[in-house]
Design a protein around this ligand. Structure first.
Ligand code: 4NP
Length: 156
């Protein structure tokens, strides 16, 4: 499996999702590839937001070596699934797609969480650390659901 998680800036939510997915797939000894990107170019080359880094580190996840990149056509072909953090990201990704093969592998992160009423992981940019902690919790639970989904699919 090759999974790409995508948000807007690639500094708050998707680095957390990448860090959590990598930590969980390591625990399960899965040989999967995970990376992250942003639909926007505002923060390209920058490390994750200090509050995302701090919240992740509280849980033993070091994001300091990550650097923001912008989603491009090559990535849309390279990954098995492209996971958007919210509906804005989802529609921006769909707009970038040029083929049905690309479009058919784009999902929203919370599509994998049964019963999630709001399909958007809230954007914590510009907000306090409590918002980042809340986002971490949402993404932590979602990553478990996402891995369970693809692990079960591979067993079929
Ligand atoms: P992210 O958060 O998409 O979770 O990385 C944001 C980061 C930067 C901006 C917006 C959201 N920005 O407008 O610069």
């Amino acid at each position: 499996m090759k999974i790409l998680v995508v948000c807007l800036g690639n500094i708050c939510r998707s680095p957390l999702a990448k860090g959590l997915l990598l930590s969980k797939i390591k625990e399960r000894k899965l040989d999967w590839v995970v990376d992250s990107a942003g639909t926007g170019s505002y923060h390209v080359g920058q490390p994750p937001h200090p509050k995302s880094q701090a919240v992740a580190l509280e849980h033993g996840i070091d994001l300091s070596n990550d650097r923001a990149v912008q989603l491009d056509q090559w990535m849309l072909d390279q990954y098995d699934c492209i996971i958007a953090m919210d509906s804005y990201n989802y529609h921006d990704i769909i707009r970038l797609c040029q083929t049905d093969q690309q479009r058919n592998k784009v999902y929203r992160f919370l599509d994998f969480v049964a019963g999630a009423e709001d399909k958007n992981v809230p954007d914590p940019y510009g907000l306090g650390v409590q918002h980042f902690k809340n986002v971490f919790k949402i993404i932590d639970e979602g990553c478990t659901c996402l891995i369970n989904f693809y692990q079960n699919q591979q067993k079929i």
